[in-house]
Design a binder for this molecule. Structure first.
Ligand SMILES: [Zn+2]
Length: 247
């Protein structure tokens, strides 16, 4: 098997993580943005934990009540995670479609970071991409902003949210942050060996992706191959991120 360092292409020095926390707004966001990378990490012995900020219960299909949809979305995301080897999924329970990067969200993400204690956090970009408006859903921007603030300074600063200390959550410094769907990318993961599992994970979200199940494999492969071309790497399929050094 390859070594993980050979799968990560960057012009800067990029440390190899041992424990990764991925935080996103909605079920299936991780699978669109980073499932190939998650699978590659797990294959190489990296522990990966998910944090879902909402239950995804404000979307389609309309025939389900919000509580029914919540149950379905949880089951689908957890099944998608298991396909990649991810067993630990935290649901933060914020309202779908109504996220703002306020102190409540920053506190919840800081608590999760202090519990999980990762050396890499992956999240959504806080910067709106006007050329890819679907990737810049307002909930994604809010999560990107709140997670970035939680990584620096909240989770590492004992004086941020003193109530977290009272709960027993000691400060934790996350040295690296990777942003998905960023307008500027500088870190490229070779997902050639894992793209099939990325597609399987996306298809596990039946309530969101069944109606485009035929088109989805082609679309995902095309995106990953366009990423590889843009990155100038020799790989077939790539997921690209903006890496932020927070040390
Ligand atoms: Zn989303």
């Amino acid at each position: 098997m390859s070594i993980l360092a050979d799968l990560i292409h960057a012009d800067h020095d990029e440390p190899i993580p041992t424990r990764v926390l991925v935080v996103v707004a909605h079920p299936d966001d991780i699978d669109f943005g980073a499932a190939g990378t998650v699978a590659a990490f797990v294959d190489h012995g990296v522990e990966v934990v998910y944090g879902l900020v909402t239950d995804g219960d404000a979307g389609e299909p309309a025939e389900y009540s919000a509580p029914e949809l919540k149950k379905i979305r949880h089951a689908e995301q957890e099944a998608a995670g298991r396909l990649l080897g991810v067993e630990e999924v935290h649901w933060l329970g914020f309202r779908d479609g109504a996220l703002v990067a306020d102190l409540d969200l920053r506190r919840a993400v800081s608590r999760l970071i202090r519990q999980v204690r990762p050396d890499l956090v992956i999240t959504q970009s806080p910067i709106r991409d006007l050329d890819r408006i679907y990737a810049s859903h307002p909930d994604h921007l809010a999560v990107g902003e709140a997670v970035t603030a939680a990584v620096y300074p909240d989770a590492r600063n004992a004086r941020s949210f003193p109530e977290l200390l009272e709960e027993g959550h000691q400060p934790h410094c996350v040295p690296r942050l990777w942003l998905m769907a960023s307008t500027e990318v500088d870190t490229h993961v070779d997902i050639t060996a894992t793209i099939d599992r990325k597609i399987e994970a996306l298809l596990a979200h039946h309530s969101q992706n069944d109606q485009r199940a035929d088109a989805l494999p082609g679309m995902i492969t095309e995106w990953a191959s366009a990423n590889a071309d843009r990155a100038g790497t020799p790989c077939c399929c790539v997921e690209s991120f903006r890496s932020v050094n927070t040390e």
